[in-house]
Design a protein around this ligand. Structure first.
Ligand code: PEP
Length: 254
């Protein structure tokens, strides 16, 4: 009914050659492991994109980690959605907590970036999630609902159908702390119910919702076995082909 996706986020790691060789390894290793309606996505730094996109397959797609909200122009150092699309990328991560936190990306800016991505036929992997303080304060459902309302709920149902969501509790990203399968499932079910209230049950059921935050070969299977977890957004463990492959395989047992 909905696509299962395991997406790697290389962040600002790997030089050009290292990235190419990791991507080739991933393509070779996963070719017999990606079953049914499952997709692997690798989101690399811009420098790798055009080269790895040439090696992409029907099972392994390529994505960027950011785009500028404008179509083109005098924005030194930035990269546009149409440029990313032109090299063959299919996805773009938007709303990652590192972009929100270190680069001050607000919900309003992210809504603009979502529009620009869709206009250029890039599928947003839109990240939402609460900080440690917000979890401890117990208002994380409100935080997540607001991120959805301000980041993507301006979209029509037809537009929203192209969006992949990623629930990434900020306290679990790169920290080694993972949300328990029950904690993650509770939030994923809340997100799906929120989508159903906005867009109807059918579209909510068709939406891929990934979990991200210290997902690794030893916890992936338990996380992916949850009813509303449709895959993962993987940071650190996507930099080692064997670990990434184990996470991809963890899905096959679902
Ligand atoms: C991420 O960057 O989206 C992420 C989930 O990182 P990590 O897996 O390293 O926690």
């Amino acid at each position: 009914m909905r696509k299962n996706i395991v997406a790697g986020n290389w962040k600002m790691n790997l030089d050009y050659e290292q990235g190419l060789s990791l991507f080739s390894e991933i393509v070779n290793m996963v070719k017999d492991e990606v079953v049914g309606d499952q997709e692997v996505v690798v989101c690399s730094p811009f420098i790798h994109l055009s080269s790895i996109a040439k090696l992409a397959t029907a099972k392994v797609a390529v994505g960027a980690q950011n785009i500028h909200q404008a179509d083109a122009g005098a924005y030194t150092g930035e990269v546009s959605a149409s440029q990313v699309k032109s090299v063959g990328a299919a996805y773009v991560i938007l709303g990652h907590s590192e972009r929100r936190g270190y680069f001050g990306e607000t919900d309003a800016l992210l809504a603009e970036k979502v529009n620009t991505a869709l206009k250029n036929e890039l599928k947003p992997i839109f990240c939402i999630g609460e900080t440690k303080d917000e979890r401890e304060a117990g208002n994380f459902f409100d935080i997540i609902k607001t991120q959805l309302e301000q980041g993507v709920f301006h979209l029509s149902a037809e537009e929203f159908a192209k969006v992949v969501l990623a629930y990434e509790p900020v306290w679990a990203i790169g920290t080694g702390l993972t949300a328990s399968p029950e904690q993650a499932q509770e939030v994923h079910a809340f997100i799906r119910a929120t989508l159903a209230a906005k867009y109807g049950q059918e579209l909510a059921d068709a939406t891929t919702i990934l979990y991200g935050g210290s997902c690794n070969p030893s916890n992936a299977e338990d996380l992916f076995s949850q009813a509303d977890i449709d895959g993962g957004l993987i940071g650190g463990a996507s930099l080692k082909s064997r670990d990434f492959l184990s996470i991809v395989k963890a899905f096959n047992t679902k």
